[in-house]
Design a protein around this ligand. Structure first.
Ligand code: NI
Length: 176
């Protein structure tokens, strides 16, 4: 297995739309295993979308079991929200592609998601709590949306400015 490089904002690849997976085979499962390893290797990562490692495929991995519990790796291929409830919930969200920033995001508290599993079998499942937040956050990634798009433009502007500055400093640090 391989630990993949996670892209960070403002990388334009994160703003592109991912394509549906046509076939769930061993090669795809090997990539999913790499995504999981990358997520487990990251700091506090509980979800990761393929586009965050630069691959335009509609794949999400997730583990919501918490640090002290046994691992519970999950993958969602071609996930689709088929229903959202009217009630909303606010969670403090962060993202491996927007490091060190957290913001309160309002989303539907409950939703239903249809997806293919690691073996290519179709499921439809109701989500609430952290799972509902996480699956919506990750599906957003597949459509080029970041959690900062859901917060006020003033706050987003501040974060984007800092991310741009950090990127410039990083680029300069390599030009010796
Ligand atoms: Ni994210």
């Amino acid at each position: 297995m391989t630990i993949l490089r996670i892209l960070t904002a403002p990388n334009p690849v994160l703003r592109t739309t991912s394509k549906p997976v046509k076939k769930v085979d061993d090669a795809l499962r090997a990539f999913i295993d790499d995504m999981l390893e990358t997520m487990y290797h990251s700091e506090n990562g509980i979800g990761l979308a393929a586009i965050q490692v630069g691959v335009h495929k509609r794949i999400i991995v997730m583990d919501l079991s918490g640090e002290d519990a046994p691992k519970n790796p999950k993958c969602y291929i071609n996930p689709e929200i088929t229903w959202t409830g009217e009630e909303v919930a606010i969670h403090s969200e962060g993202c491996l592609s927007v490091p060190e920033y957290y913001a309160e995001v309002e989303r539907p508290a409950k939703c239903r998601v249809k997806y293919l599993d690691y073996r290519g079998k179709e499921h439809e499942q109701e989500a609430e709590g952290l799972f509902a937040t996480c699956i919506q956050h990750e599906i957003d990634h597949l459509d080029g949306i970041l959690f900062i798009d859901h917060i006020s433009s003033l706050k987003r502007g501040m974060i984007v400015k800092k991310l741009n500055k950090a990127q410039r400093e990083k680029a300069q640090a390599h030009t010796i």
